[in-house]
Design a binder for this molecule. Structure first.
Ligand SMILES: *Cc1c(COP(=O)(O)O)cnc(C)c1O
Length: 459
């Protein structure tokens, strides 16, 4: 008899559905041409399964929607703020909360408070907005992630770890007073959603304590990181996601959060700190950039949805199904031989376009081409993370990044397993006819962040 599998399933049922437009191949061909073969320029309406990002694209629960009806839209002292503050203290353990409109709002305030001109901010791989705010405040980011993170073939389970010897060298070179904090992300986005281990974090805490350096936690995907600790780190198999999340936070001094990811809302974020002096300054500054400290650019109803979403996000059943779906898709793609980044991360599948389309040179945009072909085949929208995203150097030459990837990011609680089948089968179909696929040339290139608006033509 066939061995009986123990399957996961979603810990919810569906109450309302959003109808999608089904398109024909001819319609998709036209839509893609109108969009200059750039998936960012497609109209969302013309997309069947949208894997552009997991940011702000989650489905809220009935409880969150009910919470929105309980919005207290007072200018000051909204009841929803106090609820959110209570939840942040209970779930994450940080003492003081400043809500912001989204993650980058918190990054702006924190960077302005802690960074002085000439400071060094070490971190486990950069994130676009995080690094930019550090630079705008006069600091310089230094990557201290372990080397394994830069290798798509390396299957080390904690590719988000910090290389402590790299960090020690920086401390020695610049001196601890020049390092206001370590920028530590859980589930490192740019590495493909790769986790940091508790052991590494504990060692980081011991080292930073000795030198009196803060750890600021980019906790955008902390619950997803906790899942990998539970599954893969010794001593954590019997621990709840909730308790692991709290332990991670307890080893840090403060955090910035984009609630549009883990926390299951469409908009929102916050800054949370333990240090009263930092809180006091942030509370003053938030008024300038976001709004009063009891709403920070959010409506009362947004804060209520976030408070409820945070509690749902640390449920074991939720996170098991969430990451289970990502792994399901990744394994299915691997069965078809589609080359992906390993190990499978928390929030999506990253396809290795250099391996997928080895006959297309990098200056003919293999990842951009593959993203366009995916849309053409099935209406699935993905995102280029390669030479187009990397942009040009100050001397005008293209950056040619080592990683030329197409990101298939999975929104939370939005798509079904059948959708995952459609995506994997579509990738397999495109893979089957890969030899006939030609590259593209760029016919319009904007000056900044070109990947958003560049246009292409098929060669
Ligand atoms: C999305 C994201 C941010 C920025 O948050 P926004 O809500 O988009 O402003 C910061 N860090 C990481 C790791 C992210 O994924």
């Amino acid at each position: 008899m066939k061995k009986i599998k123990q399957s996961w399933a979603e810990p919810y049922k569906i109450k309302m559905v959003e109808l999608l437009k089904m398109t024909t191949a001819a319609q998709r061909k036209k839509a893609l041409k109108d969009a200059g073969h750039n998936t960012f320029l497609l109209k969302s309406e013309d997309v069947y399964i949208d894997l552009l990002t997991d940011s702000g694209t989650s489905a809220m629960s009935d409880r969150q929607w009910a919470g929105m009806m309980m919005g207290d839209e007072a200018y000051a002292g909204s009841r929803n703020f106090y609820h959110l503050e209570e939840v942040v203290r209970e779930v994450y353990g940080y003492k003081y909360l400043i809500p912001t409109h989204q993650g980058r709002g918190a990054e702006n305030i924190l960077s302005k408070i802690l960074i002085k001109k000439g400071d060094i901010i070490p971190g486990n791989m950069y994130f676009t907005t995080t690094r930019l705010h550090q630079e705008l405040a006069g600091g310089r980011f230094e990557d201290v992630i372990i080397d394994e993170a830069h290798d798509p073939e390396n299957t080390f389970p904690f590719k988000g770890n910090i290389d402590l010897s790299k960090l020690k060298k920086l401390i020695k070179k610049y001196g601890a007073p020049k390092i206001p904090y370590i920028s530590m992300a859980t589930s490192v986005n740019m590495a493909g959603g790769q986790p940091i281990s508790m052991k590494n974090l504990r060692e980081l805490r011991a080292l930073t304590k000795k030198h009196n350096i803060r750890i600021i936690h980019d906790m955008t995907r902390v619950a997803e990181n906790a899942y990998f600790i539970q599954q893969k780190e010794k001593g954590y198999a019997d621990r709840s996601i909730k308790s692991i999340v709290k332990e991670i936070c307890s080893l840090t001094d403060g955090a910035t959060m984009s609630a549009k990811k883990d926390a299951l809302v469409n908009i929102g974020g916050f800054l949370a700190v333990n240090d009263y002096d930092v809180y006091e300054e942030a509370r003053n500054m938030v008024v300038v950039y976001e709004g009063l400290h009891t709403y920070g650019g959010l409506a009362g109803r947004d804060m209520e949805a976030m408070a409820i979403g945070i509690k749902e996000s640390v449920s074991d059943d939720h996170i098991k199904a969430r990451i289970g779906q990502v792994i399901y898709l990744g394994e299915k793609m691997m069965e078809y031989g589609v080359p992906i980044v390993k190990p499978i991360g928390g929030h999506g599948i990253f396809v290795d376009a250099k391996k997928f389309l080895p006959h297309i040179p990098q200056d003919q945009f293999p990842a951009q081409t593959l993203a366009a072909e995916m849309y053409l085949d099935s209406g699935v929208r993905t995102m280029e993370r390669g030479v187009v995203s990397a942009g040009r150097k100050t001397n005008g030459e293209n950056y040619y990044p080592k990683l030329e990837l197409v990101r298939f990011t999975i929104p939370r609680r939005v798509y079904t397993q059948a959708h995952m089948d459609v995506i994997a089968e579509s990738a397999a179909r495109v893979y089957e006819r890969r030899d006939s696929i030609k590259g593209m040339k760029m016919v319009y290139e904007p000056k900044y962040l070109r990947f958003f608006q560049a246009r292409f033509e098929k060669l």
